[in-house]
Design a protein around this ligand. Structure first.
Ligand SMILES: C[S@@+](CC[C@H](N)C(=O)[O-])C[C@H]1O[C@@H](n2cnc3c(N)ncnc32)[C@H](O)[C@@H]1O
Length: 254
């Protein structure tokens, strides 16, 4: 008997930023797997069961959820933001890829969510209005020298960059090193947005030029957006400046 496995994005934090499709998937499932704080966000019925775990146990969590679905359960794996962005959807696919052939027959789907960079960008204006990329600064799953290569390539190609996992207690130096590297490839005036806990009650948005950006301005709940030489700042009296990346680039249409 095969059940159903849905990987659901809960959005950045506020219930208003959860999609109707995500709400329906949660209402339809009986068992919920995920990192503690995401499971804690769910308002579950008495007949729905929580299986919360630590965020370092992603593959084990994915396998446990698939096994339950393979036995006929209606199972939901939850992620903050979008589950396909540095989150559980890839871990579940990896487990299916490496697992027994019958796991491929499970009714599996992914429900997208509002990812952190979109929530932060919306608070700042339109910094992602032109071409952009997302980079996780965590070197848990890839070497730091590869991250440095990607930072330089993105800066030289003119991509706005959104940094996920910018710092943690175990990785205190990465963000400072990334800023030092970028200062060698981008003008000091490039706007940097520190978007902390976007969509949550403790949300904080700070905008500084790259020349003044420091790793202490971010924590694990921060998504950092670094503009390009074209990204503009609109100063406003008594309000946070607006940051936007113009849609057009010199030479457009040529
Ligand atoms: C493991 S990644 C998961 C990303 C998530 N799947 C998403 O789509 O937003 C965790 C990182 O996402 C970013 N993040 C998650 N929620 C955030 C929020 N509400 N505000 C700002 N950044 C957030 C932070 O950079 C954090 O270190």
């Amino acid at each position: 008997m095969s059940g159903k496995l849905t990987v659901v994005g809960l959005g950045p934090g506020s219930p208003e930023q959860m999609t109707p499709e995500a709400l329906a998937a949660v209402a339809d499932a009986g068992d919920f797997f995920g990192y503690f704080p995401y499971i804690d966000r769910l308002d579950l019925r008495p007949d729905q069961r929580r299986h919360a775990s630590d965020n370092r146990e992603e593959l084990a969590r994915a396998r446990a959820a698939i096994e339950m679905a393979a036995k006929g359960g209606k199972v939901c794996v939850v992620s903050g933001g979008d589950p396909g962005v540095f989150a559980m959807a890839a871990a579940v696919c990896e487990a299916i890829d490496e697992g027994p052939a019958e796991w491929r027959d499970i009714d599996f789907s992914v429900v997208p969510g509002v990812t952190a960079m979109l929530a932060v960008a919306a608070k700042a204006g339109a910094p992602l209005g032109h071409d952009f990329c997302a980079i996780s600064l965590s070197n848990n799953l890839k070497p730091w020298d590869l991250i440095e290569k990607r930072l330089i390539a993105a800066a030289e190609a003119g991509f706005v960059m959104a940094f996920y996992n910018p710092v943690s207690k175990a990785r205190p130096h990465q963000l400072g090193d990334a800023f030092a590297l970028l200062r060698r490839h981008l003008p000091g005036e490039v706007p940097v947005i520190f978007g902390r806990a976007a969509g949550r009650p403790d949300e904080a948005i700070r905008i500084v030029p790259l020349s003044q950006a420091e790793s202490g301005m971010a924590d694990m709940a921060t998504c950092v957006i670094v503009g390009t030489a074209e990204t503009k700042l609109i100063e406003r009296d008594g309000r946070r400046p607006l940051v936007y990346s113009p849609r057009y680039f010199k030479g457009a249409g040529a």
